[in-house]
Design a protein around this ligand. Structure first.
Ligand SMILES: Nc1ncnc2c1ncn2[C@@H]1O[C@H](COP(=O)(O)OP(=O)(O)OP(=O)(O)O)[C@@H](O)[C@H]1O
Ligand SMILES: [Mg+2]
Length: 248
């Protein structure tokens, strides 16, 4: 069963050109599937649409055409709150809510009036329970990234979307996050889509790879195949670090 499936998804965003507002197509006819329990690394140059794709999966943005399915259900027909409970998102810069770490982690269950023991999730992501009463803003960026993962986990998601969760971290902290993701995938059977520009991480984590260039999907398949021999010259250039942002 596919946890996530995109079918011919396109989207446009408004841009100001001189005095007039026009729509710029930022994603073009993307079809992509992520089987349950797999880890997909979503890669591509800056501005290629990786964050946009993640944001469409939990309806922070809607496609202009095409459909997105969560375990076979069109997400356009799902209740947005329930969709966001099932599809946890950790954004490119840690999103902090007011209050302490415990309030941040229990945010979803509190909204729904469900019980939650924030300390359990803190342990899950390898943070000390003594951080629970600290303001979220007083954590290091690495701790904030982990807290955001704990917040997503407190909702018991089926899918976790991670947008460059290691971009602000040093090598040790990054390595810890990579290991955490592998553990969550293995222990909880979580399906994961991770955006990363660190190929070492993509290689350590991913069972599948999808590569976007200029809003088009140019590679999709098993990670071992991609890292051994990309199907396209653009993919080969990207792996060698020779691809410019415009995809040439
Ligand atoms: N709010 C917005 N309004 C207009 N255009 C936008 C907006 N957000 C993103 N874009 C454009 O959409 C395209 C895709 O952006 P997106 O943030 O998805 O790229 P990305 O692959 O995540 O890049 P990065 O690796 O730098 O995070 C880019 O051309 C970007 O300039
Ligand atoms: Mg991005």
């Amino acid at each position: 069963m596919n946890a996530i499936e995109l079918s011919h998804v396109s989207t446009a965003k408004p841009v100001l050109l001189g005095d007039s507002l026009t729509e710029l197509e930022v994603m073009r006819d993307v079809s992509l599937s992520v089987p349950e329990g797999e880890i997909l690394a979503l890669i591509g140059p800056s501005g290629s649409g990786k964050s946009t794709l993640l944001r469409m999966i939990n309806r922070m943005e809607d496609p202009t055409s095409g459909r997105i399915f969560l375990f076979g259900s069109d997400i356009a027909n799902l209740d947005v709150k329930e969709l966001r409970r099932r599809v946890g998102m950790v954004s490119q810069t840690p999103a902090l809510l007011p209050g302490d770490v415990a309030d941040n982690i229990a945010y979803g269950p509190n909204l729904r009036g469900e019980p939650c023991n924030p300390g359990d999730y803190l342990e899950h992501v390898g943070l000390e329970r003594e951080l629970l009463r600290r303001p979220a803003s007083a954590l290091s960026v690495g701790q904030q990234q982990r807290m955001c993962i704990a917040r997503a986990l407190a909702n018991h998601p089926d899918v976790l979307l991670l947008d460059e969760p290691t971009s602000a971290l040093d090598r040790t902290a990054s390595r810890n996050i990579v290991e955490l993701i592998l553990r969550l995938n293995e222990k909880l059977g979580l399906t994961v889509i991770i955006v990363t520009h660190v190929m070492e991480h993509a290689q350590a984590l991913a069972t599948r790879v999808a590569m976007l260039v200029g809003g088009s999907l140019i590679e999709q398949g098993p990670a071992v195949d991609f890292f051994e021999s990309p199907a396209t010259e653009t993919g080969r250039k990207f792996l060698r670090g020779e691809l410019a942002e415009d995809g040439r």
